[in-house]
Design a protein around this ligand. Sequence first.
Ligand SMILES: [Mg+2]
Length: 371
Amino acid sequence: MKITDVKVVLIPYPGASPAFKWREGLNVNNGFGSSPAGTAGYLLIETDEGFTGIAAVGNGVILEDYVNRRLRQMLLGKDPLDREYFYEQIWEIDRIERFPAWMLGIVDVALWDIAGKQANLPIYKLMGGYRESIPAYASTATYETIEEFLDVADKVQALGYKSIKLHAWGDAKKDAELSLALRAHVGDEMPLMYDGSAGFDLMDAVYLGDALTEANYLWYEEPMREFSVTAYKWLGERVKIPLLLGEVAEGAHFAAGDFLATGVASALRTSTGLRGGFTGAMRIAHLADAYHLRAEVHGGGLTAAHLCMAIKNTTAYESFISSTAIDRPEARFVEIDSDGMVHAPKGVGVGYEEEWKLFGLPEQLAKHITL
Ligand SMILES: [Mg+2]
């Protein structure tokens, strides 16, 4: 099989609706941290056997520039099944272009999509299926008050969710208070997690980590920027709570190695979006497995669902709750059942086509893709 064309289809993105907040410092678009209106895109890799590999991106303009200047040339005429070769090539080009993290995995996702279509299998089966369903946890946005968080906790439990992860204000004292209040509200049994989105320095990270230990949280995720493994080592020496690390550390799976070697990470983060596609994500999963560590999948959507079904050492799917009215932006792509479970994607490849069959093909794609 040979790659015959590489296209980028741009699609206007109206912005997150409703807009939502993250911690204080991340709210920069009229006070919101969610994505503003812009131009999304799809990467289409076409082949001489009629299979088109598809990958979706949030920033189509940047993708188009890279495809025009670098990636089309890299891909044309080559075998799309040589994913390991292309994965290496992407890192080589990264050395001169310094890609945004999401660029590392886009080509890889589209190439896996081709392989899935050729094999007539969903990607998780092609990678090697481990399970057919997994519990989802409710992953909050940042709401205004403790009462709103507790109200969301009640609502998501009624929907079947069995665990909750907080994204809070990024104020160590207030977030500690919220974490304790949530534990008191839901009782002792429910697994709770906290994600700091890199909002703290070491002293505040220790203060909050002690509160999370007291409230018996399951994990403490990314409290500081992931630039310094040493800073995390110092945090790990000062708090008891397990640290979940490596969601965004520069270098993807290469960086994951140091978080393991220093013993600071109790579990690693992995994803297609920030860790180099399915290929990079599975490298991290297997690396973690060698040390009996979990590789928990970051973010929701179709690619995350495939990873959740293929990675043995993962425990839950991240289901984002963007509003106190329980808007779930990714539930359109990956359904959560009334028992809080996510089931394996049904389509071949990534399965974007299944979604378009239900909700319609964007008009910009209609001349490139037949359902
Ligand atoms: Mg996170």
